[in-house]
Design a protein around this ligand. Structure first.
Ligand code: IMP
Length: 196
């Protein structure tokens, strides 16, 4: 089985990706490679940030690796908070404050359509590849559920009546933006290693 470093300091993402790629790709964490640094993510697109994080690990540690960047894109807010989702309410990166701000911005707005978009950047044998995963849904008017992380208590995926935080990780990890991008990554890696 191929081994790749996943360039994230977010333990929720690490756990989700390990679950999604279980049996397909062996994942090494930043902790496993003794990377304790704050990896810069200062681009203004998800693609740019994902590439920046993956290149950082390749350049400083020499490992083939991948990184994800995710944004919540709300239709009525012109796709905001998007690439700024983590610090929507300021540099404290506080998910509760982010959700409060989102609810405030959407007060009185009827169109509640939103989507999560994940971009995974892979650096393999000195080439770079991008994989995208999107899940559409709606933003409800108050937080519901305790599972997941980030904006999960406000997001109801299309075809369901509960939020990601209520549906639980088991289900989230089969339908989410990150699962869709992760499956594309796994298919690519499997195909790539058969060609070697
Ligand atoms: P980043 O990809 O780490 O920059 O994440 C951007 C922001 O989106 C952070 O505030 C995360 O909490 C949030 N986020 C990322 N992935 C998810 C998810 O799967 N569910 C809910 N929020 C997420």
């Amino acid at each position: 089985m191929n081994t790749l470093v996943f360039a994230t300091n977010n333990l929720h993402k690490l756990e989700e990706i390990r679950h999604i790629l279980c049996g397909k790709i062996r994942i090494r964490s930043l902790d496993d490679i003794r990377c304790r640094e704050d990896i810069p993510e200062t681009a203004d697109t998800l693609e740019g940030n994902a590439l920046m994080k993956a290149h950082y690990i390749k350049d400083h540690f020499g490992f083939d690796c991948f990184a994800d960047d995710t944004g919540l894109e709300v239709e009525a807010l012109n796709q905001a908070p998007g690439v700024y989702s983590a610090r929507y309410a300021g540099n404290t990166y506080d998910p509760e404050a982010n959700m409060r701000k989102l609810l405030q911005e959407m007060q009185g707005i009827k169109n509640r359509k939103a989507r999560f978009r994940t971009v995974i950047a892979l650096i393999l044998d000195s080439s770079e590849y991008l994989f995208e995963g999107i899940i559409n849904g709606t933003i409800i008017e108050e937080e519901k559920g305790t599972g997941g992380f980030g904006y999960d208590p406000l997001f109801v995926p299309d075809g369901y009546t509960q939020t990601f935080a209520e549906l639980g990780n088991e289900l989230k990890n089969t339908i989410s933006h990150r699962a869709l991008a992760g499956e594309k990554l796994a298919a690519f890696i499997s195909n790539h290693s058969h060609k070697q």
